[in-house]
Design a protein around this ligand. Structure first.
Ligand SMILES: Nc1ncnc2c1ncn2[C@@H]1O[C@H](COP(=O)(O)OP(=O)(O)OP(=O)(O)O)[C@@H](O)[C@H]1O
Ligand SMILES: [Mg+2]
Length: 491
């Protein structure tokens, strides 16, 4: 057996993030870790990779008791972690990033290093060009660089924390093949994901955490997604979206021949036209980076356009738009503010949060406590900084704020990214409830199955153009997949 954890516990003040966690992983195997948002997965990985010290418990590598006192110490022991938010330097090349902090600059032969890294990438089937600059690479390739970096440091145990959350389906397939190859070559892998099918498909064994404790360790062969979901959450979870027929109201927003440039002033949205009605969800399906971000920003009023192109119904002003941006850490939240402060970012100037120009701490606190219950935001209190929340709970804070106050129009971009199955189901039903009360919803996601399940109509965006708008009831996955990839429509 390669790794053995024995009764690992870790607290943050009075909060127990990991409680007596024990499991083993055999050499050359892929071990999945599942658990709700905030269950303690990342904390545990941070302990194994030397970032945190456990309060109690022991770690054995190849049956030897080890003390992992720092990330450097972990690397020395052959432990490598690929974080969810990559740690690469955008301006440097693949090679420079991989050798960063490893080599003495004064005797560096860059060409030699490039060859070494090319050989390494070939050996493990991780296709990259060692001379490419990171900033020019798609996310999936950047991730391969992170994996190579870990392999270059001769890791035997590789930890990947939600590696597929940022990948498109074809990149996920590539990654899964790479991980299988690495395991076949004798590497031991810990894989964290909220996508149950993926975990069952890839992993040999699975440990499920709930509220800091191990609730089950099992082999992938003997469980179904439904069983895993129940183990994680502790109750039955609807993995399918149940939606009623839509009742369409008046047009909330009408977009005519809209074109939008991206940050580098290159056209990103081209000539897009559509109408969105009250009570309707228009899904936008497309591969990441085909203009979705710019379209969402333009409609939310965050990007300048020729004003005549977007017309809102008289009841829908910008104050009544809920916007769930794609990057919660950069755009959705002020990480150094508390949960309560983040929840009132749009409304703090109004009653009851502000009276005679004075903030009302009690009203703010009470409101936050109610919302935290409603949205199941897990934290010890409303005064906790958002930076200390688990990824999924951060996302719930954004949603709670943007869905408050009955918006007419909701722009939801990747609203369930990083959320566990229970939270995903809850967000789906919250958005459907908003639709049924009469909100118009633009639902943008790279997860095709999710777009199909949630939408009434689906627009496929490709290179900034709507190449088709389809009825969600009759559209097929194959048809949309083809259009997303730039294919043309049959018949
Ligand atoms: N540095 C910290 N200070 C205080 N609390 C923390 C800290 N790091 C994590 N926590 C808390 O510990 C709990 C576990 O967090 P962790 O990030 O391990 O969850 P997770 O299982 O990775 O969740 P997710 O699926 O959302 O990524 C959370 O409630 C979080 O708020
Ligand atoms: Mg995590």
């Amino acid at each position: 057996m390669y790794l053995r954890l024995e009764n690992i516990s870790k607290r943050f003040n009075s909060f127990v993030a990991n409680h007596n966690i024990s499991f083993t992983v055999d050499a050359g195997k892929i071990h999945g870790i599942l658990g709700e948002n905030g269950a303690g997965k990342t904390t545990l990985m941070n302990i194994i990779s030397g970032l945190y010290q456990p309060d109690t418990g022991k770690i054995y590598l190849e049956d030897k008791l080890v003390k992992i006192t720092s990330p450097k110490g972990a690397i020395k022991l052959g432990i490598g972690i690929v974080y969810q938010h990559f740690m690469l330097v955008p301006k440097l090349t693949v090679t420079e990033n991989i050798i960063l902090g490893r080599e003495n600059n004064w005797c560096l032969n860059l060409r030699e290093k490039q060859q070494e890294i090319a050989a390494l990438s070939q050996a493990y089937g991780l296709e990259i060009d060692p001379t490419d600059k990171i900033e020019n690479l798609p996310v999936g390739t950047q991730q391969r660089v992170e994996i190579l970096k870990v392999l270059y440091r001769q890791a035997q145990l590789l930890i990947l924390d939600e590696p597929t959350a940022v990948l498109i389906p074809t990149e996920v397939e590539l990654l899964i093949n790479i991980l299988r190859q690495l395991a076949a070559a004798g590497k031991t892998i810990i894989f964290i994901s909220h996508k149950l099918k993926e975990v069952i498909n890839l992993c040999d064994t699975i440990t499920v955490l709930r509220r800091g404790k191990v609730v089950a360790t099992t082999t992938a062969k003997e469980v179904t997604p439904q069983q895993l979901a129940e183990l994680m959450v502790g109750r039955e979870v609807a993995l399918q979206v149940n939606k009623s027929a839509s009742v369409l109201g008046k047009v909330i927003v009408s977009v005519q021949n809209l074109s939008v440039a991206n940050d580098r002033d290159i056209p990103a949205v081209r000539n897009v036209s559509f109408e969105l009605r009250a009570g309707e969800i228009l899904g936008i399906a497309g591969v990441d980076g085909n203009g979705q971000r710019e379209l969402a920003d333009a409609i939310a009023g965050l990007r300048s356009i020729n004003n005549d192109k977007i017309e809102f119904s008289s009841s829908c002003t910008h104050q009544r738009i809920g916007y769930i941006p794609e990057d919660r850490q950069k755009m959705g939240l002020v990480l150094q503010f508390s949960i309560a402060q983040n929840l009132i970012l749009n409304t703090f100037k109004k009653l009851p949060f502000c009276r005679n120009f004075l903030l009302q701490p009690l009203a703010i606190k009470n409101y936050a406590q109610v919302v935290m219950k409603e949205f199941d935001i897990r934290a010890t209190g409303e005064d906790i900084k958002v930076s200390q929340l688990s990824g999924g709970n951060q996302q719930k804070v954004v949603l709670a704020r943007e869905l408050a106050g009955e918006p007419n129009l909701i722009i939801a971009m990747q609203p369930t990214r990083g959320l566990d199955v229970g939270a995903t189901a809850a967000i789906h039903s919250q958005l459907l409830a908003q639709r049924d009360r009469g909100a118009a919803i633009l639902y943008i996601s790279t997860e095709l199955e999710e777009v199909m399940a949630m939408s009434d109509r689906i627009a496929v965006i490709y290179r900034g153009e709507f190449v088709a708008i389809l009825d969600a009831q009759t559209a097929t996955i194959e048809e949309i997949g083809l259009l997303m990839a730039g294919g043309t429509r049959r018949g």
